[in-house]
Write a protein that binds this ligand. Structure first.
Ligand SMILES: [Zn+2]
Length: 555
C-alpha cells in the first residue's frame, strides 16, 4: 500500500482514500488470492481503513506538533494543504464543509492546526516556553491515544472472530511500541548500515522490547478470552464497531455499542440438563474426547505428542477449550501411553484447576505436585443429571506382582444421560486401549451386576484405535453401539483400524434394523466428531461441514 501511495504521489495524482485503499487491496488479492484467508490481511486493511476514515489529514498533525516559530510557514502550508484536501480528502456528508477549501476563514474546532492558531499568542516567559514545548507533545500523545483506541475498538470483533481473544494490554503495548520502534530501533538498524556496531544496539533495543512485551502478556487480564461467535452475531458486531469508530454524530455512534457488547455476553449453547455432548477431537493417532454436560466438562485423554516442542494439547485442545471458553472440571487420563497423555501437560498448564483422574503410577512426571485420583471400577459421580461410571480397571489390577501392560489399566468410563422422569436416555462408552482380555473381564463384571456395570452404549469409542488386539465380537454384541468412533491418525504406522476389526463391525451391522444402521466414524474421514445425546442423528463431522474444494479428500 505504501508503494502504491508513493507512486500516486510521485505521479501527482490525488485520489480519495477509498480508491487508494481498494486498489491496494485488489493488488494484494490478485498477487496472492490466499491472503483472503489470513488474519493479517483483514486486520491490516480494516485498521488502515479506519485510520483513513477517521484521521485528521496527516499534514495537520505534523504541523501542529511543531513549535510557534513555524506559524508563518504554516499559513503558506495551510493554503497548500487546503488545496490538496479539497481534491484528495473524501468528506462524509455530515462533516462540515469548513474542513475543505474554505476552512481558512471558518476554522473547524476539531482541527488541531486551527485550534492552535486560535489560541491568544502566549505571553513571553518561562511558562510560555513550557507551554509551547508541552502542547505539541500532549497533542502527539493525544493523537496516538486516539488512533490506538480507534484501532482497538474497530478490530475488536475481528480479533474475537479470528483468535477468540481480545488483547487489553495491546493498547498499552502499541502506545509504547510506536515511539520505541520509530525513534530507537529503526534509526539504529538503518544507521548500522554505515556504523556496524549500531546493529548490536538495535538488537539490544529489540531484545529489551520483546522482554517487556512478554512481561506485559503475562499480566493478569492482559487478554480477554471470549467464545468465537457465530457469523450472525459477528457480522452486526463488526458493523457496530465500525459505526463506533467512524466520525459520525455521537447519537449514531452509540447505537453501535450494543451490537459490539453482544459479543461479550454470548455463550455457546450448553447441553440441556440430563443430556451430554461428546466431541472426539481431531488429534491424529491417539485419544482425546471432550464430554460436556449442562454445567460441567470432562476431557477423556489428551492426545499424542507430535514432536519435542509440539503436542495435541498445545496445538488442538487448548485452542479448542479457549474458543469455547470451556473450563475443565476433570481430566481423565486412561493410561500412560504417549498417544493418550502426550498433550496433558499443555492442558494442565492452561487449566491448573482441573481435577486429574488416571491409572498413572505414583511419581509419574505429569502428577508432580498435584493430586491424582486413581480410577477404578465402582467409582461414579453425577453431573447435571448425567451419570459417569468407571468400569475398569478393577482395584486389584494395580496390585499385580509384575508391572501390568499400560493398555490393560485403561480407565473405562461410561456416560449415561437421564430424562426428566429419571429414566435412562442415551449413553457413551470410552474405553481407551483395552484389549480382548479386559473386554472379557468387563463382560464378566457386567453379567455379575448388570445394573451397575452395563456395557450397553449408543456410542462406543472403538477400543485401542481399532487395533486387532481388541473389539472382540462378544464385547461388540454386549455394547451394541449405534455409533462407533475410531480415533486414529491418517495413514498411521500401526495400520489402525485393522481391516479384520472393520469387518467385525460390518458383520455386527448385519443384525441392525435397516432404519437404524450402525454409524462408523473415523478421524481421517471425519475430523472432529460431535455427537449430542439428545439428537444423535444430527452428529457432525468437521471435515464434511467445513469441506472446501481444495481440501484433500481421504480415499
Ligand atoms: Zn492408544
Amino acid at each position: 500500500m505504501l508503494a502504491w501511495v508513493t507512486l500516486l504521489r510521485l505521479s501527482g495524482a490525488r485520489w480519495p482514500w477509498p480508491y487508494v485503499w481498494i486498489l491496494a487491496l485488489l493488488l494484494v488479492v490478485v498477487y496472492d488470492p490466499w491472503s483472503l484467508l489470513q488474519a493479517g490481511f483483514w486486520l491490516s486493511f480494516v485498521a488502515v481503513a479506519v485510520l483513513f476514515a477517521t484521521d485528521d489529514p496527516a499534514p495537520t498533525r505534523h504541523e501542529s506538533s511543531g513549535a510557534a516559530p513555524r506559524l508563518a510557514a504554516r499559513r503558506q502550508l495551510g493554503e497548500a494543504t487546503s488545496a490538496i484536501r479539497s481534491q484528495s480528502a473524501l468528506r462524509w456528508p455530515w462533516q462540515s464543509q469548513s474542513r475543505s477549501g474554505e476552512s481558512r476563514d471558518a476554522p473547524d474546532p476539531r482541527d488541531d492546526l486551527f485550534v492552535h492558531e486560535a489560541q491568544p499568542p502566549p505571553a513571553p516567559g518561562n511558562l510560555a516556553r513550557l507551554h509551547t514545548w508541552l502542547m505539541p507533545a500532549l497533542q502527539t500523545v493525544r493523537a496516538l491515544l486516539r488512533e490506538q483506541g480507534l484501532i482497538t475498538l474497530a478490530l475488536a470483533p475481528l480479533s474475537i472472530v479470528l483468535f477468540g481473544q481480545l488483547s487489553l494490554v495491546g493498547l498499552l503495548a502499541n502506545l509504547l511500541a510506536v515511539p520505541w520502534v520509530t525513534l530507537v530501533i529503526t534509526p539504529l538498524a538503518l544507521a548500522g548500515v554505515v556504523i556496524e556496531p549500531l546493529w548490536q544496539w538495535a538488537a539490544a533495543a529489540s531484545g529489551w522490547w520483546m522482554g517487556l512485551v512478554q512481561t506485559m502478556a503475562g499480566w493478569p487480564l492482559a487478554v480477554l478470552s471470549l467464545p468465537v461467535p457465530p457469523w450472525w452475531l459477528a457480522l452486526p458486531a463488526g458493523v457496530g464497531a465500525l459505526v463506533l469508530a467512524l466520525p459520525l454524530p455521537w447519537t449514531l455512534r452509540c447505537m453501535g455499542l450494543p451490537l459490539l457488547l453482544a459479543l461479550g455476553v454470548w455463550r455457546p449453547p450448553a447441553p440441556p440438563p440430563g443430556q451430554f455432548e461428546l466431541m472426539a477431537a481431531d488429534i491424529g493417532q491417539g485419544n482425546a474426547v471432550l464430554v460436556r454436560t449442562h454445567k460441567h466438562t470432562l476431557l477423556y485423554d489428551a492426545g499424542p505428542r507430535y514432536s519435542l516442542d509440539s503436542d495435541a494439547g498445545q496445538r488442538v485442545l487448548v485452542p479448542l477449550l479457549q474458543a469455547g471458553v470451556i473450563q475443565l472440571d476433570r481430566l481423565m487420563l486412561s493410561h500412560r501411553d504417549s498417544d493418550h497423555v502426550g498433550g496433558a501437560a499443555s492442558v494442565v498448564a492452561m487449566q491448573p484447576q482441573v481435577d486429574v483422574w488416571s491409572s498413572l503410577e505414583a511419581g509419574h512426571a505429569l502428577l508432580q505436585g498435584r493430586d491424582n485420583t486413581r480410577c477404578q471400577a465402582g467409582q461414579s459421580w453425577d453431573w447435571d443429571g448425567v451419570r459417569f461410571s468407571v468400569l475398569h480397571p478393577a482395584p486389584a489390577a494395580y496390585n499385580a506382582q509384575s508391572a501390568p501392560k499400560p493398555n490393560t489399566l485403561s480407565c473405562v468410563l461410561r456416560v449415561q444421560g437421564t430424562a426428566q422422569d429419571g429414566s435412562d436416555t442415551r449413553s457413551a462408552l470410552l474405553v481407551g486401549d483395552i484389549e480382548q482380555a479386559q473386554e472379557a473381564q468387563l463382560l464378566v463384571r457386567a453379567a455379575a451386576s448388570p445394573l451397575d456395570a452395563s456395557l450397553k452404549a449408543d456410542l462406543l469409542l472403538v477400543p485401542h484405535h481399532g487395533s486387532k488386539t481388541s473389539s472382540s465380537s462378544e464385547f461388540l454384541a454386549a455394547v451394541h453401539p449405534q455409533t462407533a468412533v475410531v480415533q486414529a491418525g491418517y495413514r498411521n504406522r500401526y495400520g489402525h483400524p485393522a481391516p479384520a476389526v472393520v469387518q467385525r463391525y460390518a458383520d455386527l451391522a448385519q443384525s441392525y434394523a435397516p432404519d437404524a444402521p450402525l454409524q462408523w466414524v473415523d478421524t481421517p474421514h471425519c475430523g472432529a466428531f460431535v455427537w449430542q445425546s439428545w439428537q444423535p442423528a444430527n452428529s457432525q463431522c468437521a471435515r464434511q461441514v467445513l469441506q472446501r474444494y481444495w481440501h484433500h479428500r481421504v480415499p
